[in-house]
Ligand binder design. Structure first.
Ligand code: HEM
Length: 452
């Protein structure tokens, strides 16, 4: 490597490592090596797990292995890696992206917070605690709300089993991927049993209980692999959701000069099957090779150089002063306000977003839905779904950020679309031109299904 390239690579790693260790180590008292030699780090978590019985104490074991050392960066990173796998279906992507980008576009960081804090609460208090039961009930209600808008989308039992199975094996998969020692057999048994109990709290559409949760940790891995290797057609909305999820993480954390690196990192850590299904480019081969190892190195160094944290993430969240909560909410709001414009600026020239006046028309017509009579109840549902009080997800402003479709492509022939909005009694007519590629008809018509 020449000197300039070497310097560039070093700077890049330093900047990224610096940002991450600052962010990751909120709960870690980092020590330099000389200190480490003098003082033995206090590793109480592993010690405590060692005294527990996987079959009896699985809730405690899951809590110990998942609730400490978390912070906003890790929450967001895990969210950006996990959530894309849950929207590979047409119905999943549609319920999330909806007609206008939904929360993943308009309230992108607030959504991370809602999901992250709900997860942290479940992990810490466990499936038998009334706070978890109430929180999951709120999520069930939120799902039921959206099921009314997208009938059928929330009815697939296997989607729920997949989310639970995926959550149960995530730490194992990440550790294997980055090359650090895998979780113990005891933790595998505990993860399986913890999520078996969590799965019982969820309801699919029409209040259906979730069935068919696999009966071992290996069964969970197999279930996930089968789900992920199922061939699925490409859906534009899935691409948009995943682009927004990756984009949100990259927009929030690395500085703009390193956005490319953030994307490579996320892609290098993602499941290749999911990237393929939603047609996101794979990572550069070198990134795929190096970045998981770099993450492994960072985690290993942190593990070696820090004490185990004493406070769980959710304890800190719940105990925060109202001023601190307000400050965090304001930070999220500020990111939420800036992200859609950033996203559109990145994607407006993407063939997947350009060329569809029909799209713009439907987006504009969506205002009836936004101000509709059940908007108030949605706000209430969303307030209940989060941990920071007052957090909610109305999307009053998102429409103005949607890309205007220029409506013409040189060398293509125009088509006419007639569609009925799901939310209003109106019909919309649009003329659009498709790209001269095989994918074209599917690329542009976000709304073809609704148009039927
Ligand atoms: C066990 C399985 C599932 C879990 C643990 C789960 C978890 C969550 C959580 C924590 C939220 C709150 C996020 C927020 O308010 O921003 C949420 C909201 C939501 N979930 Fe799920 N979910 C599951 C299954 C599904 C499925 C199968 C779908 C789609 C078919 C879905 C679509 C949605 C939607 C549309 C929202 C509303 C937030 C938004 O507009 O993006 N979820 N879910």
């Amino acid at each position: 490597m020449n000197a300039a390239a070497h310097l560039q690579a070093r700077t890049l790693i330093e900047v990224y490592v610096h940002r991450n260790t600052c962010l990751i180590s909120t709960h870690h008292n980092r020590k330099d090596n000389s200190e480490k030699n003098n003082e033995h780090a206090k590793k109480w978590i592993r010690e405590k797990i060692g005294t527990l019985d996987a079959h009896k104490d699985y809730i405690e074991i899951w809590k110990l292995s998942s609730s400490y050392g978390l912070n906003d960066f890790m929450q967001n990173f895990i969210y950006a890696l996990s959530f894309p796998n849950f929207v590979v279906t047409d119905w999943g992507a549609k319920a999330v992206w909806r007609e206008d980008g939904g929360k993943v576009l308009a309230l992108s960081t607030s959504r991370v917070e809602q999901t992250g804090s709900a997860n942290a609460l479940w992990w810490y208090f466990g499936p038998n605690d009334e706070r978890t039961i109430k929180s999951v009930e709120n999520i069930n209600n939120l799902h039921a709300h959206w099921a009314k808008q997208y009938p059928g989308a929330f009815s697939y039992n296997e989607d729920y089993v997949y989310v639970c199975a995926f959550a149960a094996i995530t730490i194992h998969r990440l550790e294997v991927k980055i090359g650090v020692p895998d979780i113990s057999e005891k933790e595998k048994i505990a993860s399986h049993l913890f999520w078996r109990d969590m799965a019982k709290l969820f309801r699919a559409e029409n209040d259906q209980p979730i069935t068919g949760y696999p009966d071992s940790f290996e069964g969970l891995v197999k279930f996930c692999e089968d789900y992920e290797s199922t061939p699925r057609p490409f859906f534009e909305r899935a691409n948009l959701v995943v682009s927004a999820l990756h984009g949100q993480f990259v927009f929030r954390f690395p500085p703009p000069q390193l956005h490319w690196f953030g994307h490579q990192l996320i892609r290098a850590m993602s499941l290749p099957t999911t990237l393929k299904t939603v047609q996101i480019d794979p990572p550069d081969p070198m990134a795929a090779e190096i970045l998981p190892k770099l993450m492994g190195y960072i985690f290993w160094q942190m593990e070696e150089n820090s004490d185990d944290p004493t406070d769980a993430y959710i304890e800190e969240r719940l105990q925060m002063s109202s001023d601190d909560k307000a400050r965090i909410r304001a930070e999220h709001k500020e990111l939420d306000a800036r992200f859609p414009e950033h996203f559109i600026s990145k994607y407006k020239n993407d063939a997947k977003l350009v060329g569809c006046p029909y799209h713009a028309m439907l987006t504009a017509a969506d205002s009836d839905f936004r101000t509709g009579s059940d908007q108030g109840s949605l706000e209430e549902l969303e307030r209940n779904a989060g941990v920071l009080p007052g957090q909610q997800g109305t999307c009053e402003t998102d429409r103005q950020f949607m890309p205007a479709c220029p409506g013409s492509y040189p060398g293509t022939s125009p088509s006419i679309l007639i569609a009925q909005s799901l939310q209003t009694p109106s019909f919309y007519v649009g003329i659009y031109r498709s790209m001269p590629t095989a994918r074209a008809p599917f690329l542009f018509c976000l709304h073809t299904t609704e148009a039927e």
